[in-house]
Design a protein around this ligand. Structure first.
Ligand code: ATP
Ligand code: MG
Length: 286
């Protein structure tokens, strides 16, 4: 029997656009952003459900959805029994404790007996227990950062990325308790045909992620410089070298990790490379 896989995505929020773009880059088409709660892909056996992110781990645990994309922070906080199958590298953030900017802070023991407002009572509770600190955790579902200014709590524990929200609320970050990024989660026991679809999907995601981290580089160099340049291009295999019409010169092609490119570019030029082109790669299959 031909089967299909059900994938839960955040309906509208910080995960939505990147989740959609990931499937798009994987060549999987579906209607998105139309306000509908469900959409069937036109070219992959998948059905997409659009939900609030907090509900996704529960739906995946229950098997209403086979897969889901959520922040690790939400997945761990809910404590649902799901399998994390892949880290996706977007929506990176951290869960941190913050206090009013003017307050003195000498360490975690300063939080003993204090009131801390958060939407993450489980993650915070576990962290404090691990540190041997007893504090009063006030669970609130939103606008956590205003809690100190209205006298609800002496500290907050909330999601931070740049820190500008904390800053504009007169708070300073004092402890990072969890680092998060978007993850793909799966139902704990997928049928073998659904597992096969997940494997196909992960194959595509890996190809997209590898491509994103690498660049195709083309440069010209005198033949005498090529051994030195080749050492600076840790490509998939040895670089491709083809002669140019100009005597004694060649064109060098290779794939290079983007970080390695920035680290080595000065040395590559110093070795004699000219006319360097860096081209994005769409898919990369190893
Ligand atoms: P929903 O209405 O679906 O419940 P929400 O308001 O709970 O949405 P969002 O603010 O859209 O959630 O955040 C979703 C996830 O994105 C968070 O759980 C976290 O993993 C990540 N995230 C939150 N804030 C940031 C940020 N500033 N930068 C990057 N990622 C973030
Ligand atoms: Mg939410």
């Amino acid at each position: 029997m031909a089967s299909s896989i059900r994938i839960a995505l955040q309906k509208s929020g910080r995960l939505s656009e990147d989740s959609y773009q990931l499937f798009k880059a994987c060549g999987i088409r579906f209607d998105y952003g139309t306000g509908k709660l469900k959409s069937v892909s036109s070219n992959f056996p998948a059905e997409f459900l659009f939900l609030r992110d907090d509900d996704i781990p529960g739906y995946v645990e229950d098997g209403v959805a086979d897969l889901g994309i959520v922040g690790e922070n939400v997945s761990v906080e809910t404590g649902r029994q799901v399998t994390t199958v892949h880290k996706l590298g977007f929506s990176k953030c951290r869960l941190s404790i913050a206090i009013p900017r003017g307050d003195v802070y000498n360490g975690i023991s300063d939080l003993q007996g204090k009131n801390i407002a958060t939407s993450y009572p489980n993650l915070l509770g576990k962290y404090l227990t691990g540190e041997g600190v007893q504090a009063h955790i006030h669970e609130i579902s939103g606008s956590v950062e205003i809690a100190p200014s209205i006298g609800l709590a002496e500290a907050v524990c909330d999601i931070v990325s740049s820190g500008s929200t904390l800053m504009s609320n007169g708070l300073k970050e004092v402890e990072t308790i969890f680092r998060s990024e978007a993850v793909m989660i799966a139902h704990a026991s997928l049928s073998s045909d659904k597992q096969a679809l997940l494997d196909q999907l992960l194959f595509r995601i890996n190809a997209v992620q590898a491509a994103k981290n690498n660049k195709y580089i083309v440069l010209n160099a005198p033949n005498t410089a090529i051994p030195a340049i080749a050492k600076l291009l840790p490509g998939m295999k040895a670089p491709t070298v083809t002669p140019l019409a100009t005597e004694g010169w060649s064109s060098v092609h290779s794939v290079i990790n983007e970080n390695a490119f920035w680290e080595n570019i000065e040395a590559i030029r110093a070795a004699g490379a000219e006319g360097i082109l860096v081209v994005p790669i769409e898919k990369m299959i190893n």
